[in-house]
Design a protein. Structure first.
Lengths: 123, 216
């Protein structure tokens, strides 16, 4: 499944595409919200591993504006719940992810992103 | 006792395209189960399984770690990626299944960020061309054909390990005798300073199976 937590970890890896290759732009996506168990320790622990701006941008592309532009210094339960929802409960079932640099398209089908490259695109 | 994941949703037809769990899968489950409390204590946030096949192992890891860890899986075979996703939902373990060649699209962002890495590689010694065909074909042959010494695909992951593992990260690798386990351990120590230990070994038919655990 593609949740925004995973989207935040995927970068374009086509041959020669080494800068501005993240975050992949979401296109024509079909999303579904599925409830997940809230684990505040996990969400708090994961914060330093996130590319915050990329996450906020992706969430906004999907119509979720609950996250602040900048990562807050004070982390309260309300914030963690919003972050939990954005990271783990929004599922992208169909659509595509486009590299902002080289324009490579990675399709998402049945909730699975296809990140394979053709032989000549492998670096 | 952690139950073996329920795979009743996968049928004969699925196993024409996806590797069916066998002794090599079960020795890996047993090794992870033995280490379950240590794994929980280490509080991993990111687990990656390379070549998840049916999703049996990722789902098992998911049932050990629950909501405390993100479980991502990759497989080059799209049938396997789908089977993994289905096994995750059948067992109520969240697995973010990705179709990818080893770790490629994750290497930038997961650099030094993988706390638990698991790989049951194609370890069967075959002629080299067979590996290219098998991985290139992105099908079930890719789940076992390992090239010279059965190490062609495993070596690619071993060479990335230093880049992938977080400071507290652990790596569990399945191997067979023909892979020369002491040789692998020696190379990883000398080249990268990885400590390793054979945590389980057993004979299963013609195969002598090992699970090796690497840490920094």
């Amino acid at each position: 499944m593609v949740r925004l937590i995973t989207h935040n970890l995927l970068a374009c890896h086509a041959k020669g595409c080494t800068s501005n290759n993240f975050p992949l732009k979401l296109q024509d996506v079909a999303i579904e919200v599925r409830e997940a168990e809230f684990n505040p320790d996990f969400v708090r622990g994961f914060l330093p591993r996130l590319e915050w701006k990329a996450l906020v941008q992706a969430a906004r592309e999907l119509g979720d504006t609950s996250l602040p532009e900048e990562m807050p210094e004070m982390v309260d339960d309300g914030f963690l719940k919003n972050l939990h929802h954005v990271l783990l409960e929004i599922h992208i079932d169909e659509g595509a992810m486009i590299c902002p640099n080289c324009g490579h398209t990675y399709p998402i089908s049945n909730g699975i992103p296809n990140m394979l490259l053709a032989e000549h695109e492998i670096g | 006792m952690i139950p073996t994941p329920d795979l009743s949703h996968l049928k004969r037809a699925d196993y024409e395209h996806v590797y069916e769990p066998a002794e090599d899968t079960f020795i890996l489950l047993d090794a992870l189960e033995e280490d379950a409390s240590a794994l929980l204590e280490a509080k991993p946030l990111v687990c990656l399984e390379i070549g998840s096949g049916s999703g049996c192992v990722s789902s098992f890891v998911g049932s050990i770690l629950g909501s405390s860890c993100l479980c991502i899986s990759t497989d080059i075979n799209h049938h396997a990626a789908l089977a993994t996703l289905r096994t995750g939902s059948q067992n109520k373990t969240a697995i973010d299944s990705v179709i990818a060649n080893l770790t490629s699209p994750l290497r930038t962002r997961l650099r030094h960020n993988i706390d638990l890495l698991v790989f049951n590689p194609p370890y069967v010694p075959t002629v080299d061309e067979e590996v290219c065909d098998a991985q290139g074909g992105r099908n079930i042959e890719g789940s076992w054909a390992g090239g010279k010494d059965g190490m062609q695909v495993t070596d690619m992951v071993l060479d990335q390990l230093d880049d992938l593992l977080s400071p507290q990260g652990r790596f569990y690798l399945v191997a067979v005798k023909e892979n020369d386990v002491p040789g692998i351990q020696g190379r990883m120590l000398n080249r990268y300073g990885f400590q390793s230990e054979v945590v389980l070994q057993r004979r299963a038919g013609r195969e002598h199976l090992y699970v090796v655990r690497f840490v920094r």
